[in-house]
Write a protein that binds this ligand. Sequence first.
Ligand code: FAD
Length: 829
Amino acid sequence: SQRVVIIGAGIVGTNLADELVSRGWTDITVVEQGPLNMPGGSTSHAPGLVFQTNTSKTMTHLARYTVEKLLSIERDGQKCFNQVGGLEVATTPARLEELKRKLGYASAWGIEARLVSAEECFKMYPHLNRDMVLGGLHIPSDGLALAARATQLLIERTRQAGVKYLEHTPVTGIERAGSIVTGVTTPSGRITADIVVSCAGFWGVELGAMVGVQIPLLPLAHQYAKTTAVPALADREINSQINGLNATLPILRHQDQDLYYREHGEQYGIGYYGHRPMPVVASSLGLTPKTVDEHNMPSRLEFTKEDFDPAWKETQSLLPILQETEIADGFNGVFSFTPDGGPILGQPAHLDGFYVAEAVWVTHSAGVARALAQILTTGHSDIDVSECELSRFEEIQLSPEYVSETSQQNFVEIYDILHPLQPRESPRMLRVSPFHARQQELGAFFLETGGWERPWWYEANKDLVKALPASWRAVERDAWSAQFHSSISAAEAWKTRNAVAIFDMTSFHRFEVSGPGAVQLLQRLTTGDMTATPGSVIYTLLLNSNGGIRGDIFVSRLEEDVFQIGANSATELAYLEKEARLQGKHASQWVKVRDITGSTCCIGLWGPRAREVISGVSADDFSNKGLPYFGVKKTNLAGIPVKIIRKSHVGELGWEIQTSAEYGQRLWDTIWQAGKLHGLIAGGRSAFNSLRIEKGYRTYGTDMTTEHNPFEAGVAYAIDLKKRGDFVGKEAIQRLSTQTPTRRLRPLTIDDGRSVVLGKEPVFYNGKAVGYVTSAAFGYTIGQPIAYAWLPGTVNNGESVGIQYFGKTIQATVSAEALYDPEMSRLTQ
Ligand code: FAD
């Protein structure tokens, strides 16, 4: 067992101690700046509503585990979870539709849920205003976490197991020797540690700064108020009915007005997100006082009544019974928000032994703690937590300005109905490729990812829509899937398949891995054989030791000791950087990982006429012999130094053409001029996604995650089982290769030929939800919408399944792969 120091005895820190103890770790110290009986962080006043269902499967599963765990914690008949159920009501038709979508998430992620009529809402919740409510979503397993009590019981039971707790002990510094954390300092002395985990809640920024780690969270105040006793409830004996749990009605959400409710015995509790964002600097709150009580704690700021007035008015309309009450007590409570609304979990690339678990709601607390305990003890967690990784943020997303603006925006939008493609309006134009000016001239419609402006389609291609053959025309979509969509993408797909198009691939991550240890590093971390001769490209996987997919990358061997990686995310960069640093401790095996994404740019030139275009600007040999499929070479195009990789993400002949940023615009113009003769157009991401999905190419994070192994995900071809030597996940892969997958990622074609789903919808088979959609698009070449979905391994090709979309069932057929060019003849012509 390693020596662990956990900073913070809130619901996250205490759960982590418990999860580590239950895995046999013994040397654990929890250091808390406040008094242990009420530490004074967000947990100390959290009303504890647990609505489990989330658009994210990960977050839903973290919540589901939290509920299970809290239900299991009990002492002397005192429970920590009051499973009263959750009711979300709709007061607008748009919300009613949204609840259908939410029902879909619940079914997809395995949470029992039911749409209920207005009448059923009143039966369940008699205080509701009958004139306002149109219907609701009921989730019986939701409820109230008694977070402060759970924290106390966890402290007690982990103490009995040997965990040491220090109260009134602020951590004032985190010590390190080089890149290894060695302990923490406090006013009462230093504590040695191999592992330091910051579970400091909204103080996380300050703790991170002690070791030079930027924690992208923003503390914001959020209003919560209690009413005076409701006369009509005065005689109820609910406390004794349910073990002092103080509530019998479902927890209630009225998201149309940014409100939520719970009972506190005779009183009502009201939470409000409709007020202006109120950022707080944690360090300005001062030291936690010796005595903390319900009204006096650092995370509790003075109530600003004027901000609450609209909430109070709306509340008295929705719940007329409260017209007989007043606000008895209110406060502005502080907790963490992040740029994408997710928690922050994991470790930085440049430091060993330092972990964080912050910006975590009570709802996800035990789930997050278990995931981190699993990572610490086994190296990976059962639930995929890639979307929670500290390392998921791009450099620009760590700036305090970005964190502040986007976190405040998340506060404002927390209950809004958001389309999956809806871009943030600000900050924008953070990262643009060198082609941006040209793209604007072509009328690009941009969406944003990782700070990058990415063209979704080009208005300049509008006239092509009229010229489209009938079988290629885009079908009319329903209002939801028609958002952020243009029929122009059909024309862009058509041109790519029948002539040639350029796609801006700049926003995909590019890293250079070089040095005498480069081969060794990549051999050890990937499933492919990296001893291939320079000039080859390999599609390969990064696995965890359980055989779960933690990334997929393209590796181009440029020279003996120089590789270039094409990757999806900043998390893959952090992983490679960390492993390279650790390997570099042996001087002869040093290896350098360098992010070259921003200093370079990339055009995908794809289509049956691509070779004619490239021949117009270079005398070099681009035949199958001159540059075979999955080959790479450095050359120049019309005098521009380029790196050319023979690969395609759309399933057509062509290349990725890369150059350094300063030549980018010239490269675009050169190809554009040469392409004119051959009908070249610029294509956007919308067409790209359709072409990719038709060809069956998976996207890491969307189609497959650490929860899936390569055999299930249909990417086992990226494993070189004959590869010599060990690699991460090899043992698991050898075991898994002999088993029949119990589930598989499968392409579905939509039977009616026109219903386009967007991803994350549940898939039903024989009346039961058995899986969910990952990626989906209209397949213009095949003239049918496509959805990739996880399904039980026993479902066969040709069988019928139903996709639930806004409460309706869309029939689909399980198909064989790939839906387009399974012989790969287009790529190798
Ligand atoms: P905390 O409980 O804040 O614990 C962090 C601990 O770290 C603190 O005790 C602090 O004293 C300690 N610490 C910090 N710095 C140091 C240091 N230098 N040295 C030693 N110790 C340190 N979530 C839900 O899921 N459902 C809800 O209904 C809900 N309602 C909420 C309502 C309000 C008004 C607020 C403010 C929050 C609400 N939340 C809710 C959010 C939830 O309360 C928090 O996300 C959660 O409690 C965070 O737990 P934690 O353990 O990470 O942080």
